[in-house]
Design a protein around this ligand. Structure first.
Ligand SMILES: [Zn+2]
Length: 386
């Protein structure tokens, strides 16, 4: 579908073989019908009509169990693994649809319900089910965590509806089409994506491009009723938030936030006074970033599962590096990682081993050993106690 390819960054139109000599340099082989920019050729529309829309947006024969779990929608401890189990592995579609309903965003922004569902299902399809960590379950977790953080009392009524819409959308798309390898791997293998984005926030740029591109698919434009100015504003904010999920930006993000919080006024009712765009977007970009790194702050049974998944993803990258005769990235060597694994689990709370920071995402592993970073320490302590 050359029409789809023409304008998208990451397009491989006209290439005669990738510089790395492999499809996408770490991006798996494309399935037939999938265009070369990460946007798949879509199935014909599912023919959803208002009357046939399931309660939580996805077809399931376990709606009762799903309903029970979704009672925790507004809580930090919601078990997204259960949501996935009860929604035929459509956790992202289910949770995004339910959060949008809960927050009445369909009414506020006149989003047709079929359009929302078509978009979320399309988006979920563009996460790789065969990637161990950065799949749609992680995206579902991040959007739900963002949803909870947005409701924090200290930020009551601080954000506009458009800012809330932008934050949730950013969380939903923030890792779409993730190939399961890090920016550094893509750069080191001269991948097509690294070439396209000049080694700068390679994956984050790609996630954004795909997330926005999918809005152009049939009946996918959930922002169709927004005015031009609103669309521009939303796009600007989403780009800001997703680019801020790049772990190489973590330290400066944190330093800026610290400065801002220290100088910020609080209203008589204890609500943070954020009266300009610069301050509000700063809090929002940190919020999505925190949600992205929130695994260690969740109940231990959930945190363990996330750790297993990220280690599996790292080991697969390590295997690829070994096959290519490359130096194996930190934490990515399955032959030496049993030690590292226990360090990862016990370390940061116990004063911690020094793990090389920033080499692999997510930061709660890669940055965890940077012991002076006390801003992130309270979640670790609480996990330690449970
Ligand atoms: Zn992420």
């Amino acid at each position: 579908d050359p029409g789809l390819l023409g304008s998208l960054p990451g397009s491989r139109k006209g290439r005669g073989g990738s510089p790395s000599g492999e499809s996408g340099g770490g991006l798996g082989p494309r399935t037939p019908g999938e265009s070369q920019c990460g946007v798949k050729k879509l199935m014909p529309s599912s023919g959803l009509t208002n009357s046939s829309i399931p309660r939580f947006g996805v077809k399931t024969d376990q709606e009762e169990l799903l309903s029970k779990e979704l009672e925790n929608l507004n809580k930090w401890g919601l078990n997204i693994f259960h949501v996935s189990e009860y929604s035929s592995s459509r956790s992202l579609s289910c949770i995004m649809y339910t959060i949008f309903q809960e927050r009445e965003l369909l009414k506020t922004f006149k989003i047709p319900v079929e359009t929302l569902l078509t978009y979320v299902l399309t988006l979920e399809e563009h996460y790789h089910a065969d990637v161990a960590y950065h799949n749609s379950l992680h995206a579902a977790d991040v959007i739900q965590s963002t949803h909870v953080l947005l409701a924090t009392p200290a930020l009551d009524a601080v954000f506009t509806d458009l800012e809330i819409l932008a934050a949730l959308f950013a969380a939903a798309i923030h890792d779409v089409d993730h190939p399961g390898v890090s920016n550094q791997f893509l750069i080191n293998t001269n991948s097509e994506l690294a070439l396209m984005y000049n080694d700068e926030s390679v994956l984050e740029n790609h996630h954004l491009a795909v997330g926005f591109k999918l809005l152009q698919e049939e009946n996918c434009d959930i922002f169709q009723s927004l005015g031009k100015r609103q669309r521009q504003m939303l796009r600007k904010m989403v780009i800001d938030m997703v680019l801020a999920t790049d772990m190489s930006k973590h330290m400066s993000l944190l330093a800026d936030l610290k400065t801002m919080v220290e100088t910020k006024k609080v209203t008589s009712s204890g609500v943070l006074l954020l009266d300009n765009y610069t301050d509000r977007i700063q809090v929002l970009r940190n919020m999505v970033h925190c949600a992205d790194l929130s695994n260690p702050t969740k109940p231990l049974e959930l945190y363990r599962q996330w750790t297993d998944r990220i280690m599996e993803e790292f080991f697969r990258q390590g295997d690829k590096e070994r096959e290519r005769g490359m130096e194996i990235s930190p934490m990515c060597d399955k032959h030496t990682a049993s030690v590292e694994k226990s360090q990862v689990r016990a370390g940061p709370r116990a004063g911690g081993p020094v793990l090389p920071g920033g080499a692999c995402s997510p930061g709660w592993l890669a940055g965890a050993g940077q012991g002076s970073d006390r801003t992130c320490s309270s979640p670790w302590r609480s996990v330690g106690r449970s």
